[in-house]
Design a protein around this ligand. Structure first.
Ligand code: GRF
Length: 201
């Protein structure tokens, strides 16, 4: 069986990338393999994580490439490396319609809240957890979805709920959502999506 070739796109710390790499090494990603990590900043710590695991990296720096050109270069790189599935993990660029249509139904994202709540343009990083605390909801979580040209609006593949606790700060909530939800459901969902893609091929 040919494994689904996965590229992970990151901008920052890369803890979700780490969860995927760990899952791969633990044999929990039998239908897919992370073969490429792309960052839009040379400083992204995700790049170091990839190198440590012997995964090829590429950087298309925001400071060097304007958005359109950056997307074009990333697409070219994905095609050249024969990538089947693009996994966004803290990638800070909203992808254009053109990019999404080049990999239709083959781009996944994780969002640190229970969509459709607390999603959309401007809802990223700590902003999400700040909004959750401001709203006073008692339950938050994470969502894995297929990427379409509607920001955070594509079909939902998996969700996991996480309790909001008295005294939580955006930072403590972010950590709990990552630990209890994101790092668990992303590898699981990527694996089941790869299993589905392998059946189609
Ligand atoms: C995560 O909270 C993820 O849900 C969101 O961006 C953050 C990335 O964190 N899309 P990391 O780089 O994976 O640590």
């Amino acid at each position: 069986m040919k494994k689904v070739r996965i590229a992970v796109l990151c901008s920052g710390g890369g803890t979700n990338l780490q969860a995927l790499l760990n899952a791969g090494e633990a044999g929990l990603l039998p239908h897919g393999e992370v073969v490429l990590v792309i960052a839009d900043s040379g400083d992204a710590y995700a790049l170091r994580r990839a190198e440590r695991h012997g995964v090829e990296t590429a950087v298309f720096d925001k400071k060097v490439y304007p958005r359109e050109e950056r997307e074009r270069e990333i697409l070219r790189c994905l095609k050249e490396k024969e990538i089947d599935l693009v996994v966004l993990a803290g990638f800070m660029t909203v992808l254009s319609e053109n990019f999404v249509s080049a990999y239709r139904d083959r781009i996944l994202n994780i969002h640190p809240a229970l969509l459709p709540s607390f999603g959309g343009v401007g809802m990223y990083g700590l902003h999400v957890h700040e909004a959750v605390l401001r709203a006073g909801v008692k339950v938050t979580g994470a969502t894995v979805h297929v990427v379409t040209d509607v920001c955070d609006g594509g079909p939902i593949l998996a969700q996991r709920a996480v309790e909001v606790r008295e005294g939580d700060t955006p930072e403590t909530l972010q950590k709990r959502v990552m630990r209890e939800a994101e790092w668990v459901i992303y590898p699981e969902t990527v694996e089941s999506y790869c299993a589905k893609l392998s059946q189609e091929n």
